[in-house]
Design a protein around this ligand. Sequence first.
Ligand SMILES: Nc1ncnc2c1ncn2[C@@H]1O[C@H](COP(=O)(O)OP(=O)(O)OP(=O)(O)O)[C@@H](O)[C@H]1O
Ligand SMILES: [Mg+2]
Length: 257
Amino acid sequence: MTETQSLPLIEFRDVVKNYKSEAGIFPALKGINLQVERSEFLGIIGKSGAGKSTLLNMFTGVDELTSGEVIVHANGESISLHTLSENDLALWRGRTMGVIYQSFQLLPMLTLVQNVMMPMDMSGLYHPRKSREKALELLDMVELIEHAHKLPAYISGGQQQRVAIARALANDPPVIVADEPTGSLDSVTADHIFQLFERLVQSGRTIVMVTHDKGLVPRFSRHIEIVDGELLPPSNSPLMGENHSFPLRGKVGKGAK
Ligand SMILES: Nc1ncnc2c1ncn2[C@@H]1O[C@H](COP(=O)(O)OP(=O)(O)OP(=O)(O)O)[C@@H](O)[C@H]1O
Ligand SMILES: [Mg+2]
């Protein structure tokens, strides 16, 4: 066992994010303190504009923070994300995190299968034939195999969202960070994706997922609520902050390892 194993996986220390624009400074995150444990399915809920995507961008390091620190304790080392160079951070993210962006971020000039192959090819861990095979398997899993050779512009928003999910899972990342990953899906398809996430958590992955759908709260192993850039203390949450006492669907929960 490595020495980081007993520490939380991810730790936010007083994270502040101010956006600067012509209109002035906008405080989007006002000193966030937060810990994410291993094998947790953490839901982040909040209204539109509350700061959910901003918070998620701090997990991935894709955006700079104004002050504070995001520390990841994994593989025997503790890394303060925002001190890494852009290259090191991209490399680290590629190995560690599957990211599903709210706006999908598919590459428009690549077919769906090429989009899903991208993270595998970038990591250099897969032979191109293998990455193609795996990309097709993932597209099959999200029920898009028949569209594999289309460009993103020729499929629907919900289908693009599923491609983004397949791409995030390509490298079997230990951590998955997802911004409204089911927001463009019908309820049946959304439920399939949610069940897939539940299975990933059961097999030891850690998932942080943003949603404004409070109906999903009982299915997370824990949830936090963000209001105007601040986390609500658990007891103030109308949905009971620490909800470990909720009956959990499946076997997902703190005890699931
Ligand atoms: N680049 C930016 N420049 C200035 N303000 C920004 C920028 N990005 C976000 N904001 C502001 O920061 C606040 C939080 O935005 P954020 O995108 O994190 O909200 P959100 O909770 O993800 O909302 P939604 O549910 O609509 O996706 C909003 O008031 C938004 O207008
Ligand atoms: Mg958002």
